[in-house]
Ligand binder design. Structure first.
Ligand SMILES: CSCCC(=O)C(=O)COP(=O)(O)O
Length: 154
């Protein structure tokens, strides 16, 4: 039974599926791993300096991820750069809507009380970028070395 679950979860991960069940399992595993100190989130070295700079000039920074809010807090709270949650104004998960749906970005703009075309969405997933752009949000696709599989070069 356990082996069947592991095989199924690995299959979902290989397809980059973001099912709620998978993300809940992720949250449980991460809780144990991050809290025990056996796992730390590794950030690209430009992340913290960039976020600091944006915050210094008065910009707000939010995380919007398919990962649950708990998973986001675990990851950004236990990074190799320490707890960087203090640099973040809030976390948004898929309870606001899926990242491939334009409506999600409209809802985000409304919930953070910032007009949609005054927002910049950074992502490495082109499907998510298209949805945000369709909603009139500014978008920048961030290309990282291991993202080649998910970024469609057009
Ligand atoms: C940031 S916490 C969880 C990350 C995660 O599980 C994931 O699938 C990343 O998806 P995203 O929507 O953030 O691209």
């Amino acid at each position: 039974m356990i082996q069947a679950v592991v095989v199924n979860e690995c299959w979902q991960i290989s397809l980059d599926w973001k099912t709620t069940v998978l993300k809940h399992l992720q949250g449980h595993m991460w809780r144990a791993a991050f809290k025990s100190g056996s796992m730390k989130a590794e950030l690209f070295e430009d992340v913290v300096p960039a976020v600091r700079k944006w915050r210094e000039v008065g910009m707000k920074v939010y995380i919007y991820s398919s990962g649950s809010v708990e998973a986001q807090k675990l990851l950004f709270g236990h990074s190799t750069e320490g707890d960087i949650l203090e640099f973040v104004d809030g976390q948004l998960g898929t309870e606001i809507g899926h990242k491939v749906e334009s409506e999600s970005y409209r809802k985000i703009a409304s919930s953070i009380e910032c007009s949609i075309n005054n927002n910049l969405f950074l992502t490495d997933v082109t499907r998510d970028a298209s949805a945000a752009e369709e909603a009139d949000m500014h978008v920048a696709v961030v290309v990282r070395p291991d993202d080649a599989l998910y970024v469609e070069i057009v």
